[in-house]
Ligand binder design. Structure first.
Ligand SMILES: Cc1cc2nc3c(=O)[nH]c(=O)nc-3n(C[C@H](O)[C@H](O)[C@H](O)COP(=O)(O)OP(=O)(O)OC[C@H]3O[C@@H](n4cnc5c(N)ncnc54)[C@H](O)[C@@H]3O)c2cc1C
Length: 390
């Protein structure tokens, strides 16, 4: 179902660079600049940009496949790239006129890396509300915003920012606005010294500037529609794909190690206990992989048919995907640490590198709090007497 048959060749080109820098971006909590430069040069920054704007014209299946491949080499790089693509999809689906004509070709040429600004003090992660308001300034809008967590924010060439529509608008009237880096004063306001996902360098920023009113994406106050059609579904797909890719690579490494002479005497690979443990890991990944694949099909089909993704079923499926992927991939890597044991599984200097994957995957349930999605899924479940399962 790939729209870009040569995608695998592009990925093969970037993987060695991404893998080479995985350890250092983690240790130094530094942006994966070399990997991202290689992704930009390969054309993969423009994977989702339609060919008429110079992009690769890929679809969501290409996105999900590429994210898994990259995450096997470095989960931080995969997430940075995946979230860039999430923003690109938002622009492809909702930007119009001169904004679209200017920005999409720059993304396709690898000149524009996009960051996302949705989280905000006072409302936390809640996607569909905003605190800071846009202010009218003639034919322009004034942006002034605290952004406590912005992946790659210090390196971004452009930002998609959610803000309250106007000073007299309610918190649910959220507007999405695009800002070029040179239209903003961007100041670092917080660090990023975390347990895992350190290479995403998701620092705090203070952002202020003046942007032309034509840089509003979609309708003023109409971000909900964008979130439902693009930002939330694509986010859930690409995050899940990243987590699955990392856990799958970990299992491949573990199986290789279990079958090698390096294993030593500690683990009895022929015991039924080991068999049962590796079976549970494999089953978790099988289920996430199958569900990811089905939800991707559902999103692609809905968007192709112009159908809304706001229905109860589609919302439950998207929420379920994110929560199940977050829980199952972390549980899988936790089990893998147990199987490999202290020396091979838990030590930082083990060639299996399970500890980095364990730390990284711990973030999955926090990266848009599972609690928010479970509360929403619970309410939706009570509305759906028919219980139509995917
Ligand atoms: C690797 C990574 C990269 C990120 N990149 C970006 C980025 O580029 N841009 C950006 O804007 N944000 C980014 N974020 C932030 C992310 O989108 C979320 O805003 C953030 O993870 C939520 O943080 P929180 O735990 O404070 O949860 P919040 O959603 O703020 O919730 C606070 C607490 O309340 C709990 N809670 C929520 N709902 C309920 C409820 N109904 N009942 C009881 N408890 C509840 C939560 O579990 C949590 O403990 C990133 C996060 C991570 C981990």
């Amino acid at each position: 179902m790939s729209a870009v048959p040569w995608r695998a060749a592009l990925v093969d080109r970037v993987l060695p660079v991404v893998a080479e820098h995985a350890a250092v971006v983690d240790t130094e909590a530094a942006f994966p600049a070399q990997g991202m430069a290689e992704l930009a040069a390969s054309g993969l920054h423009g994977l989702l940009v339609p060919a008429e704007f110079g992009g690769l014209g890929g679809g969501l299946h290409d996105l999900v496949g590429t994210a898994q491949d990259l995450a096997g080499a470095c989960l931080s790089t995969a997430m940075v790239w995946g979230m860039h693509c999430q923003q690109v999809d938002t622009l492809v689906q909702h930007a119009t006129g001169s904004l679209r004509d200017d920005v999409l070709p720059r993304i396709a040429r690898g000149e524009l890396y996009l960051a996302s600004v949705t989280t905000e003090p006072g409302k936390g992660g809640h996607l569909l509300t905003a605190v800071a308001a846009l202010r009218d300034d003639g034919d322009a809008l004034l942006v002034d915003r605290d952004a406590p967590v912005v992946t790659g924010g210090l390196h971004a060439d452009g930002f998609l920012i959610t803000m309250r529509e106007a000073e007299d608008a309610g918190s649910q009237r959220v507007t999405l606005v695009y800002a070029d880096r040179d239209q903003l004063a961007v100041e670092r306001s917080g660090g990023w010294d975390t347990v895992g996902m350190r290479g995403t360098e998701s620092v705090g920023l203070r952002i202020a500037g003046r942007v032309p009113a034509g840089q509003v994406v979609g309708q003023p106050g109409g971000f909900r529609e964008i979130a439902l059609r693009s930002m939330a579904p694509v986010g859930h797909l690409v995050w899940s794909a990243c987590w699955l890719g990392a856990a799958r690579a970990a299992l491949a490494d573990l199986v290789g190690w279990l079958r090698s002479s390096e294993r030593g005497k500690g683990v009895d690979v022929r015991s039924e206990l080991t068999a049962e443990r590796v079976a549970r890991v494999r089953m978790d990944l099988e289920v996430v992989s199958a569900y990811l694949s089905r939800v991707t099909d559902e999103v692609v089909a809905s968007r192709a048919g112009g159908a809304s993704l706001s229905g109860v079923d589609a919302q439950i499926h998207l929420n379920t995907l994110k929560v199940v992927a977050a829980e199952s991939t972390f549980r899988a890597v936790d089990r893998m640490v147990r199987i490999a044991g202290l020396t091979a599984g838990y030590r930082k200097d083990s060639p299996l590198r399970l500890e980095r994957r364990f730390r990284d995957l711990r973030s999955a349930s926090l990266n848009y709090a599972d609690d928010r999605l479970l509360v929403s899924t619970g309410a939706l479940t009570l509305m759906d007497r028919a219980v139509r399962l995917l």
